[in-house]
Design a protein around this ligand. Structure first.
Ligand SMILES: [Zn+2]
Length: 427
């Protein structure tokens, strides 16, 4: 039987209890009934659904629904189905087979849509109508889009003070109710946690349902990034999957997906995970370096990779398990490494937001250290679309970023409006 298990006090909950967190404050994990699932021919089922013109089979998340959870009403925007790009140019530079899984090609422009369809489906199936998250970025965009599309109430809580409203533009446009509270982001999270404790299963339509990353159903949705990569590679696992790491939801989900796919015989070997943090927001890297002995939050994290600018990730224990079960590693990338990798991915015609470029920055480090070997198959995960953060891209190419090396700027060239000037400029 599918059940929820607290990863702190080991208390179990039935799915029907609609719990998001445990009474002890611990995070809940969905435990899949692997023995029952082994009886199914999942590869055949998943492959048969490819190319479907209807939901849920046509969704890149719900195509894998046997490995998620049963739902009364699926709220989907045909998420997933993102491309796996092989980059010849970057593969030649690196000396390995480099693919990029572009999660920025999801409906709201980031990987968050995969967890969102799963968690909103879980909430809506339980009768909830009010969905809330504390976020100033991609999560709020995704929540707002799904709620608007399904006729549900989307609510976003943001801290007071300096907010980059550019990142909130989607949430505002999609019509979510945006509440700016007095206090910082931690106060916003505290309010969300308090709301989750007030959840009344007897009266779900009046309660608010929490969609922050503590929600266990989001992890289940995000697992499908890995499942889709495996399917796109004909169920032949790559040697490495390298991803940016901030709040560690994806790292956790990837570890769970790989462990389950391996246990179910969908793949013959486990790919190794490399989780790459920005050096200015690196608590998980330091935890790994300490031999998992000491986890300390980073106060005032700072990085150009805003999507992973997180000092106190909630899912670090889940993510530790993911690194351990896949013989993985945790790396950190400097601002220069991130921006240089971004310029390389952009110039390959693929493009991504700054945080996503941690994947290539990490791949380069692993090649240099000899951990990625010649000819190995490596998938870098890009979590957000190039247009999520146009300011950084423009500032980079116009040379307006302070304190970073700019080696790959593509500056506009001013010319006279005549053919000779044109020809001499393109030579
Ligand atoms: Zn507990």
């Amino acid at each position: 039987m599918l059940k929820l298990l607290c990863n702190s006090c080991q208390k179990e909950f039935a799915l029907t209890e609609n719990r998001v967190v445990c009474d002890c404050g611990g995070l809940l994990d969905l435990v899949q009934p692997l023995e029952e699932l082994k009886k199914l021919d999942l590869k055949k089922t998943f492959d048969a659904r490819l190319g479907s013109r209807a939901l849920p089979d046509g969704s890149g998340v719900w195509r894998f629904r046997e490995l998620l959870f049963p739902a009364k009403k699926i709220i989907s925007k045909w998420e997933g189905n993102t491309r796996l790009y092989f980059s010849e140019k970057i593969s030649q530079e690196i000396g390995a087979e480099i693919f990029f899984k572009h999660e920025g090609e999801n409906p709201s422009g980031s990987f968050k849509d995969r967890g969102m369809t799963a968690a909103i489906t879980a909430g809506a199936s339980a009768g909830c109508r009010n969905f809330v998250c504390a976020s100033t970025g991609n999560t709020s965009a995704s929540l707002a889009s799904y709620c608007a599309n399904a006729g549900l109430n989307g609510i976003v809580i943001i801290p007071e003070g300096k907010i980059a409203f550019g990142k909130l533009s989607q949430a505002l446009a999609f019509g979510a109710k945006v509440l700016q509270i007095k206090g910082n982001f931690d106060a916003a999270m505290q309010l969300v946690n308090e709301l989750s404790r007030k959840f009344d299963p007897e009266n779900p339509s009046e309660s608010v349902y929490i969609l922050n990353s503590v929600n266990p159903f989001r992890v289940e949705g995000q697992k499908t990034i890995v499942l889709e990569i495996l399917q796109q590679l004909n169920w032949e696992a790559p040697d490495w999957i390298v991803l940016p790491a901030g709040n560690l939801g994806n790292t956790s989900a990837f570890g769970k997906a790989i462990a389950e796919a391996f246990a179910l015989g969908l793949i013959a070997k486990k790919p190794r995970i490399a989780a790459v943090q920005a050096a200015g927001a690196n608590p998980f890297f330091k935890y790994f370096q300490s031999g998992w002995t000491k986890f300390e939050a980073v106060e005032d994290p700072e990085t150009v990779a805003t999507a992973i600018k997180i000092g106190n990730p909630q899912s670090y224990l889940r993510a530790k398990r993911a690194i351990e079960t896949t013989d993985g590693v945790v790396l950190e990338a400097s601002e220069n490494e991130i921006l240089d990798a971004k310029a390389t991915i952009d110039a390959a015609g693929i493009g991504c937001e700054p945080a996503s470029a941690c994947s290539l920055a990490g791949i380069r480090q692993l090649v240099k250290s000899g951990e990625i070997k010649k000819g190995q198959k490596v998938v870098g995960v890009l979590t957000g679309h190039l247009l999520k953060d146009p300011d950084t891209t423009i500032d980079y190419h116009l040379g307006k970023l302070a304190n970073v090396e700019i080696n790959k700027a593509n500056r506009p060239i001013a010319i006279e409006a005549n053919v000779d000037a044109f020809l001499s400029a393109i030579r």
